[in-house]
Design a protein around this ligand. Structure first.
Ligand code: ADP
Length: 265
């Protein structure tokens, strides 16, 4: 909310006056909250590659795969292990910088790269359910902030779309730019979310169906990460959904005004 938290100290000043000292603790408390969220968020993120490793290892152990497929599974496992290694390193880096404002030392990055990487990170999950992820970038634009955090947000939306959809359906990832705002919309034809749940799914650890989430490995943190990333980048996340028809999550972030510098060789 917008309430201000004050730390107040009162000191007597003679017998007719007193001195009142008030310090604004709003920012201090906000940062403490951001740091707490951050730790919770990271443990959630570590579960995705670990889940992929488990699925692939089980497939190999079952022994029904052809050698070529076993090799490709092993390659995929190396990629996931690499990613775990990178995330661990980033976790250490990030805990050093702590949870300060991503807009203070912002990078500029193209939205296409976010979408490509986020789609790619969901490939194993989607293939396992024969779900086709269809990116549609109508317009290119640059974003400003933390590329890793924005990628993580879009990745979470896509992995939810895949997880809460039946097999052999499509997940759309649309990008368009309206009035300086980049809109990334992730659409599925899955189970959907009832009206009365739609606010709550953005709360930390909230899951519509905890029993089902336990099977899929969900923790109820994914959407709170998305919300946190949106807010810290001056954007927002909205949801349209209808039970048993599907959902569209739209992440809106301000486009960076200046074009990205040309990459030099
Ligand atoms: P989880 O790890 O459980 O997926 P999230 O914070 O990502 O946690 O989502 C919270 C809850 O919102 C989920 O448990 C699920 O009930 C619901 N949800 C999220 N995305 C979708 C979706 N695309 N379709 C249907 N339900 C969803």
């Amino acid at each position: 909310g917008n309430e201000v938290q004050l730390r107040v100290r009162v000191a007597p000043l003679g017998n007719r006056f007193m001195l009142v000292l008030a310090a604004d603790r709003t920012e201090e408390l906000r940062l403490a909250g951001v740091r707490r969220d951050f730790v919770a968020n990271i443990s959630h993120e570590l579960k995705t590659p670990i889940g992929a490793l488990q699925v692939l290892a089980e497939a190999i152990e079952a022994g029904a795969e052809e050698p070529a497929r076993v090799r490709s599974f092993a390659q995929r496992m190396q990629l996931e292990a690499d990613r775990l290694g990178r995330m661990t390193k980033e976790l250490i880096d990030l805990s050093r910088i702590q949870a300060d404002d991503p807009l203070d030392h912002a990078d500029r990055f193209p939205v296409t790269r976010i979408v490509d990487v986020a789609v790619d990170r969901n490939r194993v999950l989607a293939d396992a359910k024969r779900i086709r992820i269809i990116p549609r970038v109508l317009e290119e634009a640059d974003l400003l902030g933390s590329e890793e955090l924005v990628t993580m947000a879009v990745q979470n939306l896509i992995s939810n779309a895949v997880q809460y959809s039946p097999e052999a359906t499509h997940v759309g990832v649309g990008v368009r730019v309206t009035d300086g705002i980049v809109e990334i919309a992730v659409t599925d034809k899955g189970v959907g979310i009832a009206d009365e749940e739609q606010e709550r799914v953005f709360e930390r650890f909230y899951r519509v169906d905890p029993a089902r989430s336990r099977v899929t490995g969900g923790t109820g943190l994914g959407l709170s990460i998305v919300k946190h990333v949106a807010a810290s980048h001056g954007g927002e996340i909205t949801l349209w959904s209808r039970p048993s028809q599907g959902s569209t999550f739209t992440l809106r972030l301000p486009a960076s005004a200046a074009p990205a510098p040309e990459e030099s060789a």
